[in-house]
Design a protein. Structure first.
Length: 379
């Protein structure tokens, strides 16, 4: 049995650097080459990390590449992933998997036909903070989860991102861009969603770019930037999700879960680590130490702030499944990504139509990632 998969990367933008930096920290992964429609971007990354810069066509044909990480913009995810599968290679896509259920299901059907595997970010729910929270839920420390709140709010990306256009077009917006982190975290903790309802707004019709060569340029906003949704889970839990890029400041916790025996205060699911605590029915507060899990330990410097970042954990988990010939679902599976896509597009559909929307594509909770299993994924 081979002990590593040859990895290729398509899309050499900002996020690619994170994969290049962190993939070598995991077993089973060896980045061989990269490609981008912008040849200079590919050559720059290749030179920086000692891999080959190829055209997209040549990367798809590379004999030493078994799996390709798709880091293109969201509206290209489906087409690029389909092309990767067509060339006989496994796919690991950045979120979201696709922008419609039809495309996501077509990808699933094609992957099965080709006997190939598809994985999808985010993998932050594998982080120490979220696995410590999962353990608390599984042990019944707050009883049965009956409700919760999620808040992901800011004033958007245009002040720091040099090319933020796609964030504010259909296929962008806070639900499709940031929602995957929250949906993955909730699926990990509670299970699948049964139906949703939502309302939306688009109060700012233009945005002004605040950095880079386009500083001061105005761009049009053509997708909702504030969404208030309620997620009704198969378990019976009801969770409010507010996602907005129209908020200058707020004081909400990223996530809270309310159980029959207590409340769980959770870390921001955009990150692998963070503060987790619970308050039991007698009023006792207990902090849960995310450093008890390997993926909660700070391993990077984020502008002077030590932070846990284990992006590529989901990719490594997928690679181990492929290398071992294990047919069971790995944690960042296609089925769970499809469920997340349907939840998100259904939220947008509900806001547009003013109706409840039933979720048809269901998925199971991922298997918890115990500390000992996490250690095995690391080099």
């Amino acid at each position: 049995m081979a002990d590593k998969l040859g990895i290729g990367i398509i899309g050499c933008g900002t996020i690619s650097k994170t994969y290049f930096d962190l993939a070598p920290k995991f077993n089973g992964l060896e980045i061989k080459a990269c490609a981008d429609l912008n040849r200079h971007a590919a050559e720059e990354r290749a030179s920086e990390y000692g891999v080959r810069a190829l055209t997209v066509h040549d990367l798809l044909l590379a004999d030493d590449v078994d799996l390709i990480v798709n880091l293109t913009v969201p509206d290209a995810h489906y087409l690029v992933s389909h092309e990767i599968l067509a060339h006989g290679k496994h796919v690991y896509s950045e979120k979201p998997l696709a922008l419609s259920i039809r495309d996501g299901q077509a990808l699933a059907d094609f992957a099965r036909k080709k006997h190939l595997r598809v994985g999808c970010a985010p993998d932050t729910f594998l982080g120490g903070a979220h696995q410590i929270a999962r353990k608390a839920v599984d042990e019944g420390l707050i009883g049965e989860i009956v409700g919760g709140t999620c808040h992901v709010m800011s004033h958007g990306m245009e002040h720091w991102h040099p090319n933020p256009d796609f964030f504010f077009k259909p296929g962008g917006g806070p639900v499709l861009d940031l929602g995957p982190y929250y949906i993955a975290a909730l699926l990990n903790l509670i299970g699948p969603v049964k139906r949703v309802c939502a309302m939306s707004a688009m109060p700012f019709k233009t945005r002004t770019i605040g950095s880079g060569t386009r500083n001061g340029e105005k761009i049009d906003v053509t997708t909702p930037t504030t969404i208030h949704a309620i997620l009704d889970f198969l378990s019976g839990a009801k969770v409010t999700l507010t996602a907005s890029w129209d908020v200058w400041a707020h004081r909400h916790q990223p996530m809270e879960l309310y159980g029959t025996r207590g409340t769980l205060f959770l870390a921001d699911p955009n990150y692998f680590g963070g503060d987790v605590s619970l308050v039991t029915e007698d009023g006792t507060t207990k902090a849960l130490d995310d450093a008890m899990h390997p993926f909660g330990l700070a391993n990077v410097d984020d502008n002077g702030l030590p932070r846990a970042n284990y992006r590529a954990a989901g990719l490594a988990d997928m690679a181990q499944s492929i290398l071992s010939g294990d047919d069971t679902e790995f944690r960042c599976s296609l089925e769970r990504a499809l469920h997340a896509v349907e939840v998100m597009v259904s939220i947008l559909k509900s806001a547009e139509t003013g109706t409840f929307v039933e979720i048809e594509h269901q998925a199971s909770r991922p298997q918890a990632l115990a500390a000992a299993e996490a250690v095995k994924l690391l080099v």
